[in-house]
Design a protein around this ligand. Structure first.
Ligand SMILES: [Fe+2]
Length: 260
């Protein structure tokens, strides 16, 4: 499996605090079946900067260490870029990194709402042949209240990544419900862990794909799995499965009927 949003680089943000933490995360990821992950430290979120050059250097070092230690995990470079007014200029100054050298970039909205400039930014990024992926929209208060606002962003050329922990209920019932409903509405293109720490906020990627298969069906699991690969290959995302996901209420009723 490929995990496109992680905070594994040690000591650069609120993810892995040191090399030991990073190594523990890497081992946990490998145990789940993750073979490649994109390191996406916070950028320009008011606290962390992590410029492109710094991230690339950290990633190179980490891959060397893993290879020397026999850890079968490849790290690619990326950033979780907080939306800010200087973003396009920062891209031109080469301070920003796309995901794994592709044309996809990971954008984080403020948790409270969607700034007005987001619409214009998506348009500008598209003009520059970049594909913005909105990180965990299910955790944005405005999208939780008005999911149509995400639909609007998708319609004009953005994509969206849901976090495993949201789908599994780790951030509470409301975010869990929003996460599933965005998936079912076809507003989510990619699933990822946003892992920060092996115990406090690990991966749970395999587990999440299993639940997606159970609740939405195999074609949706494949869709999300394949899209992660498509980022690595810098290809457009797949078309969404034709098959409509089975409504959750029906599954629950069947489950309680059969006591499974
Ligand atoms: Fe993140």
């Amino acid at each position: 499996m490929i995990d496109i949003h992680t905070h594994i680089l040690p000591g650069v943000d609120d993810g892995a605090a040191n090399w030991n933490d990073a190594l523990n995360m890497a081992r946990a990821a490998v145990a789940e079946g993750i073979t490649t992950m994109i390191a996406t430290p916070h950028h320009a979120n008011g606290r962390y900067h992590n410029t492109a050059l710094e991230v690339v250097e950290h990633v190179r070092h980490m891959n060397e260490q893993f290879m020397a230690m026999g850890v079968p995990l490849t790290i690619q470079s990326g950033q979780e870029i907080r939306l800010h007014g200087d973003l396009l200029e920062a891209w031109l100054r080469k301070e920003l990194l796309p995901l794994a050298g592709s044309s996809y970039i990971l954008i984080e909205l403020p948790s409270s709402g969607i700034p007005k400039e987001m619409l214009e930014l998506i348009h500008e990024l598209n003009v520059m042949n970049l594909k913005p992926i909105i990180a965990h929209p299910e955790r944005n208060a405005e999208i939780v209240r008005y999911p149509d606002r995400l639909a609007q962003l998708i319609e004009i050329g953005a994509f969206a990544q849901v976090t495993t922990h949201s789908l599994l209920g780790d951030f509470g019932r409301r975010i869990e419900k929003t996460a599933w409903s965005l998936c079912r509405s076809g507003l989510i293109h990619i699933v990822s862990s946003d892992a920060h720490h092996v115990e406090r906020r690990g991966f749970r990627l395999r587990e999440t794909y299993d639940v997606i298969r159970e609740r939405m069906g195999q074609p949706w699991e494949n869709y999300f799995l394949n899209n992660a690969q498509r980022i690595m290959d810098d290809l457009p995302f797949e078309s969404m499965p034709e098959e409509k996901p089975f409504p959750e209420g029906v599954v629950q009723r069947l489950r309680s009927y059969f006591r499974i």
